[in-house]
Design a protein around this ligand. Sequence first.
Ligand SMILES: [Ca+2]
Ligand SMILES: [Ca+2]
Length: 193
Amino acid sequence: MGAGQSKGDAILNESTYDVITKYTKFKRNDILAWHERFLQQCPDDTQTMNKEQFCKFYRELRPQENVNRLSECVFRAFDLNGDHGVSFTEFLMAFFATTEAPLEQKLRYAFNVYDIDHNSSIDRNEILLVLRSMFELLGMDAKPDKYSYEMCADNIMKNLDVNSDERISKEEFIEGLKNDPFLRSLMNPFQHI
Ligand SMILES: [Ca+2]
Ligand SMILES: [Ca+2]
């Protein structure tokens, strides 16, 4: 960054605009405002948020909710290319999808939240890990014992793993949650935003 230039001067290139306007309903002014806000969160020149920066920002975006644990899971889900950083394009597309998009699009990101190792399927262990964040978000973390998590995970596997291969595919996840309001309320981290 040259002398006299501040981060606020950083401009978005047209291809970023094109991608974002194609996949979201944001207008140019919205995108500019988000970009400025985004850059304030990453003080280095990378223009990409690391996990710590993202989690802090995400907690600010959902101030009424307990997303302390969840924000780390959401970081992995928003980092679509898996380079351990969330770029502006990744952020704004994901933020739109998880707040204003139709249910199916929200569930696609919800799937990514659970698919911790990015292998395009969810196993019981991944469910157990994310359930703790969901219990916290839903205010169910008073003192759940190990047993409640295990029971819950078994129940989820039983209901979503339609072909019984011990894994939940993206299709099983989306179809299952679309058709089961109870599981959706328990598992979708983006239902209230
Ligand atoms: Ca990334
Ligand atoms: Ca997985």
